[in-house]
Design a protein around this ligand. Structure first.
Ligand code: DGL
Length: 264
């Protein structure tokens, strides 16, 4: 059994490409349909109600294509909307993501963990529940990172401005003795090379992309819906400035891609 339909993946912008890279590595036969809601980036500073409304509209569009699963490649959108999405479409496979607290607790020798994420994720009830469940014996320092997502969207993956802003966010966590940092926003793995230059080699960086790809693989396998032996066809949609999305996408995805306008 197999299902040749694409997998739908969405984010507030291009951060979800870090997850798309992990999905492509693990599932090279799958066609991928990616949505960058860049007209509304950053989700991290928007209300949960707004994010639910966007996530619903995007999921409706994806299901019309149709797709066989939807990956919410955004911690902020998962925190705000995954419960509503699953309620609305109980038969659909939604794979969401959240900051990797459990693996970080396991990895930290110092018992001190830093979490870099959006304001929305850090304020959410889902994140509070995650800490309560997995982080009772460690110290967790949280750091919202306003401004960083916009720089990444703009393709500034290695600029001095990006480096300086990142340093401002990371230094207090390092000074407090964190030996493990969670990248709790899908945009941040895209600037890992710069981040690496700011931290000691033994500080561990943990993100969720690979775990999401594995979960997607096992759920599709369970349903008999993995694609077999096909030439994958990828499609990209975006809201906002398409030329700017294409420019940044070219830095992140191997073949040149055109981005189709999302009409809502
Ligand atoms: N990439 C998103 C996340 O994982 C959100 C970034 C934003 O739009 O604020 O949280």
């Amino acid at each position: 059994m197999s299902n040749p339909c694409p997998i739908g993946v969405f984010d507030s912008g291009l951060g979800g490409i870090s997850v798309l890279q992990d999905i492509r590595r693990l599932l090279p036969n799958e066609s991928l349909l990616y949505i960058a809601d860049s007209a509304h980036v950053p989700y991290g500073e928007k209300s949960p109600e707004f994010i639910i409304q966007r996530s619903m509209a995007i999921s409706r569009f994806l299901l019309q294509q149709p797709v066989k699963a939807i990956v919410i490649a955004c911690n902020t959108a998962t925190a705000a909307a995954v419960t509503e999405l699953r309620k609305q479409w109980p038969e659909v496979l939604f794979v969401g993501m959240e900051p990797a607290v459990k693996p970080a607790v396991r990895a930290s020798q110092a018992g001190k963990i830093g979490v870099l994420a959006t304001t929305g994720t850090l304020r959410s009830a889902r994140f509070a529940a995650l800490l309560e469940r997995f982080a009772c014996d460690v110290e967790v320092l949280t750091q919202p990172c306003p401004g960083l997502v916009e720089l990444i969207e703009n393709g500034e993956l290695e600029s001095d401005v990006t480096k300086a802003l990142l340093a401002r966010y990371v230094e207090p966590l390092l000074a407090a003795g964190c030996d493990t940092l969670i990248l709790g926003c899908t945009h941040y793995p895209l600037i890992k090379p710069v981040l690496r230059t700011l931290i000691a080699p033994d500080v561990q960086l943990i993100d969720t992309g690979e775990a999401v790809a594995r979960r997607l693989q096992s759920e599709l396998a369970k349903r008999g819906e993995l694609a077999t032996a096909q030439q994958p066809q990828d499609r990209f949609y975006g809201s906002g400035d398409l030329a700017s999305i294409e420019r940044t996408l070219a830095l992140l995805w191997p073949q040149p891609q055109t981005v189709t306008v999302l009409g809502f």
